[in-house]
Design a binder for this molecule. Structure first.
Ligand SMILES: [Fe+2]
Length: 401
């Protein structure tokens, strides 16, 4: 009880403070072919040598269209194309060393969440050479402007191109932690649907469910929300319900791809302002321990946690049920339950499992500790978990019920 009172007091005070902060959003450059404008953006920022950060697949398939544009414009670049899923401290340090050794003066992060997280974290190390990443973990601990930063999402899910967060995994302990600071918001977000064309169905589905989790977790939080973040969460949820499965079924459906990129961006803004919650806190433990892709973890955990929250989230979920056209009749409870059922049905149609039987019994106490530490007091969760309740949810994720 005392702990819960402390968390709620912290959140109430933080909410007052947050309203005084300057919540910058990235400058959006969007539309088909908008990556062609990257040289112009770099020139505006007086960048002579850009550090491109991406993963192996995007590095081969999609980065060349950007490097070709840079070469044509006579702008130098260095590329690191080895960012792994759930990027590690070691990877971040390698990027930072390359950046410094080659005299780079700006970042281009291309990819899903991992390259953006790794690039943001490397940028913090560039401006904070004397401060290790773990000492910048948590809220507002970077405190220094980053070099010019262009984010180019290749999935519609993480919203990293608009967020204050970079999630990194400690190489030695496998602990996943987040750096959260307003300085981590990229200067530019280049939303080019061509960069998501043909993304495999499995990745389209799970990353899209990550975006849905951002929107829903932000929407159901008990404080921090503003009119704008609520509107963004609602609009994102509606469009994800409408377009995600179309993009999943047909990778070349460019209307669906465009709508999903915008929805992911709105959901990213919603959770930047209003926070995520216990779904993400538990999902991060799976990423750290078993390398479970982030979107997949969220997709599986989201309906279980929403069910567990019960009446605390009925009014908000009922509203989302109405807006998405899931159901317009019944009590708040019935509408909320229909909304959760629809999330489960979307998962099933996209062949996302109902649980993770690979979770090991011996890891559960550690998962609970990490999840509670991440969620409290920072996230304004609608229901504060204690160890017992968190364990109950993790066991449901294990059993897939
Ligand atoms: Fe996420």
């Amino acid at each position: 009880m005392l702990e819960k009172a402390y968390y709620r007091s912290f959140q109430a005070v933080f909410n007052i403070g947050a309203r005084c902060l300057y919540w910058r959003r990235p400058i959006e450059v969007s539309g088909t072919g908008s990556t062609g404008r990257i040289p112009e953006l770099l020139r505006q920022e007086k960048v002579n040598r850009a550090m491109i950060v991406t993963g192996p697949s995007v590095g081969k398939k999609l980065a060349p269209r950007i490097t070709a544009a840079l070469e044509e414009a006579g702008i130098g670049y260095v590329m690191f194309a080895e960012v792994e899923a759930n990027p590690s401290v070691d990877t971040v340090e390698k990027i930072r060393d390359l950046y410094v050794d080659n005299g780079c003066d700006g970042f281009i992060a291309i990819g899903g969440g991992s390259p953006m997280d790794a690039a943001k974290a490397a940028a913090t190390r560039v401006v904070r050479p004397g401060k290790t990443l773990d000492r910048m973990a948590g809220l507002l601990r970077v405190g220094k402007k980053l070099p010019p930063f262009i984010a180019v999402p290749t999935t519609a899910g993480t919203g990293s191109e608009t967020t204050i967060a970079a999630v990194i995994t400690d190489t030695a302990t496998h602990h996943k932690y987040a750096l959260m600071d307003l300085h981590l918001v990229p200067k530019y977000a280049v939303l080019d649907p061509e960069m998501t064309r043909g993304l495999p169905p499995k990745i389209t589905g799970t990353t899209g469910m990550d975006a849905l989790t951002h929107a829903v977790e932000a929407y159901v939080c008990w404080t921090y929300n503003t009119k704008e973040s609520l509107r963004c969460a609602e609009e994102a949820t509606v469009d994800i319900f409408r377009y995600l499965e179309r993009a999943y079924r047909d990778g070349n459906d460019m209307e669906a791809r465009t709508k999903m990129l915008i929805a992911s961006n709105k959901a990213g803004f919603a959770f930047t302002r209003a926070g995520v919650g216990n779904v993400h806190a538990i999902a991060h433990t799976l990423g750290g321990l078993y390398n479970t892709p982030h979107g997949l973890a969220n997709a599986v955990i989201l309906p279980i946690v929403l069910e567990d929250y019960g009446e605390a989230v009925y009014p908000k979920l009922a509203r989302l049920a109405e807006l998405t056209g899931t159901t317009a009749s019944g009590t708040e409870k019935e509408k909320a339950e229909a909304f959760i059922r629809e999330i489960r049905a979307m998962n099933a149609r996209m062949e996302i499992p109902t649980g993770f039987d690979f979770i090991q019994e011996k890891d559960i106490p550690q998962m609970i500790t990490w999840a509670l530490k991440e969620a409290n007091p920072t996230y304004p969760v609608p229901v504060v978990y204690n160890r017992e309740r968190c364990e109950k949810v993790i066991r449901r994720v294990m059993a897939g019920t």
